[in-house]
Ligand binder design. Structure first.
Ligand code: TYD
Length: 213
């Protein structure tokens, strides 16, 4: 049995993570690996139900729906279900798991952007998911002008509850991601996402070289 690897893709809105997750999964399948692609919040029926609460808000409450702590707890609860029902079993059978967003999004959005401490987010992750971390986190970084262009093409029907927050919030998120990559160079690879999808994919494959036979 080959050893499964857990790879997370992280970055701001419009970075191209989903496209890169798809290209990476295809490249690994061609090499004969069992690959599971998934996303957060979501990935299991329970976590997808929580995703809808988080991103759409709750009809009729007329406001922000979730205070920052409730929001962080909901992300941690969704992740707990996802880790226990999908990610751990896949890794245990030797599959690769490619996850579009994971814990570092909670650290950047609910922590850096939303004001909870990094220690609080880590505690929630320990309780919910036994602190499971990816083998490698690919941080896809794009310049702000390119992200705006891509979002204009993608979000033609408007953005969700979190994506629609102001530019200052998203700037704090971006600098939080960048600081995490600096603090943990062994767990992160920074990927320049400004180029076309194939150029970015080549950088992703190069970053994974140490895991490939
Ligand atoms: P999604 O449409 O999947 O965003 P994108 O395509 O930009 O990756 O929506 C996920 C949103 O949830 C996104 O705005 C980031 C946010 N998020 C958090 O705030 N905390 C988290 O822990 C996760 C996983 C996502």
């Amino acid at each position: 049995m080959t050893q499964g690897r857990f790879i997370a893709l992280e970055g701001g809105e419009g970075a191209g993570k989903s496209t890169q997750a798809r290209l990476l999964a295809d490249a690994l399948r061609i090499r004969g690996f069992d690959v599971v692609t998934t996303r957060e919040p979501g990935g299991t029926p329970g976590a997808e139900a929580i995703r809808a609460l988080l991103l759409n808000g709750v009809e009729g409450d007329g406001g922000e729906s979730w205070n920052p702590r409730a929001e962080a707890l909901l992300f941690a609860a969704a992740r707990s279900d996802h880790v226990h029902r999908l990610i751990r079993p896949a890794l245990a059978r030797g599959a690769w798991v490619i996850c579009d967003r994971y814990l570092d999004s909670s650290r950047a959005y609910q922590g850096g952007g939303g004001g909870l401490s990094d220690a609080d987010i880590a505690t929630l992750h320990d309780i919910g998911s036994d602190g499971l971390l990816p083998d490698l986190t690919l941080l896809v970084e794009v310049s702000p002008a390119i992200a705006v262009q891509r979002l204009a093409l993608r979000d033609t029907e408007g953005s969700d509850r979190i994506g629609g927050r102001d530019a200052g919030y998203h700037a704090r998120v971006a600098s939080a991601f960048s600081a995490f990559a600096d603090e943990e160079p062994a767990r992160f690879a920074r990927i320049d996402g400004d180029g076309d999808p194939q150029a970015t994919h080549a950088l992703v494959v190069a970053a994974l070289a140490r895991f490939l036979p």
